[in-house]
Design a protein around this ligand. Structure first.
Ligand SMILES: [Mg+2]
Ligand SMILES: [Zn+2]
Length: 187
C-alpha cells in the first residue's frame, strides 16, 4: 500500500549532513554553517510532500560545552535559513546525554528514531534515515528504516571503515540524496 502523503517523512542527522561538522563540536549559532545545497535539498523534499525531522546526538550539552539555550539558538538559525530557501524542518529531536549516561536516545540506540516514528505515525520501511556516521544508520537499521549515507562530514571515513547496514545507499551529499531519492520515487 502506498504511503499516504501526510506520512511521508525523511529523518536527517544534523552535524555533517545539514551543517558542517567540527571535531570541536558545534557550540554556538556562529559555528552553525549550512553545507551548500543542504537547505535547498530540504526544500525540495518538502515540495515533493515530505516532512523532515532531525535526530541529532548533542553530547556537548552533557559535557557542559554549551547549553540548551545555545542549541535552541542554533536551531533558530537553521529554521530561519531553511525558511529563506523555502524549506521547513518539522521537528528537531536531540539527545543531550554522553555515553556514560546510558540513555536510550543516544544513537546508535534507536530511542530517538522510535519517538519520531511514533510522533509522525510513519512506517520505518518507507522512511529514509540520512546520516554521515555509522551510528546514525545503525539506529535506523535496528527499527527497519532505510539507511542512506552521505559523504559529507564524517561520511568518507564512515564509508572507508565499512560495516554499513545491509542495503545502505551512498550519496555525495544531502543535495544528491534528495535528487536520487525523489527520482527513484517517481519510477
Ligand atoms: Mg553527523
Ligand atoms: Zn540520550
Amino acid at each position: 500500500m502506498p504511503t499516504s502523503p501526510s506520512r511521508k517523512l525523511v529523518i536527517l542527522d544534523r552535524d555533517g549532513v545539514i551543517n558542517l561538522d567540527s571535531e570541536a563540536f558545534i557550540k554556538s549559532p556562529d559555528e552553525w554553517v549550512a553545507i551548500p545545497g543542504s537547505l535547498e535539498a530540504i526544500a525540495r523534499l518538502n515540495q515533493a510532500g515530505y516532512r523532515v525531522a532531525v535526530a541529532s546526538n548533542q553530547s556537548g550539552i552533557g559535557r557542559g560545552l554549551f547549553d540548551t539555550a545555545a542549541l535552541n539558538a542554533m536551531h533558530a538559525k537553521m529554521h530561519r535559513q531553511a525558511a529563506a530557501v523555502g524549506g521547513r524542518i518539522d521537528a528537531v529531536f536531540f539527545c543531550p546525554h554522553t555515553a556514560q549516561d546510558h540513555c536510550d536516545c543516544r544513537k546508535p540506540k534507536p530511542g530517538m528514531l522510535k519517538m519520531i516514528a511514533e510522533r509522525f505515525e510513519i512506517d520505518p520501511e518507507d522512511t529514509p534515515v540520512v546520516g554521515d556516521s555509522l551510528r546514525d544508520l545503525e539506529a535506523g537499521a535496528a527499527l527497519g528504516f532505510r539507511a542512506h549515507l552521505v559523504l559529507t562530514g564524517k561520511g568518507e571515513k564512515t564509508l572507508a571503515a565499512g560495516g554499513l547496514p545491509e542495503g545502505t545507499q551512498v550519496h555525495a551529499d544531502l543535495r544528491t540524496f534528495a535528487l536520487d531519492f525523489l527520482t527513484k520515487e517517481r519510477v
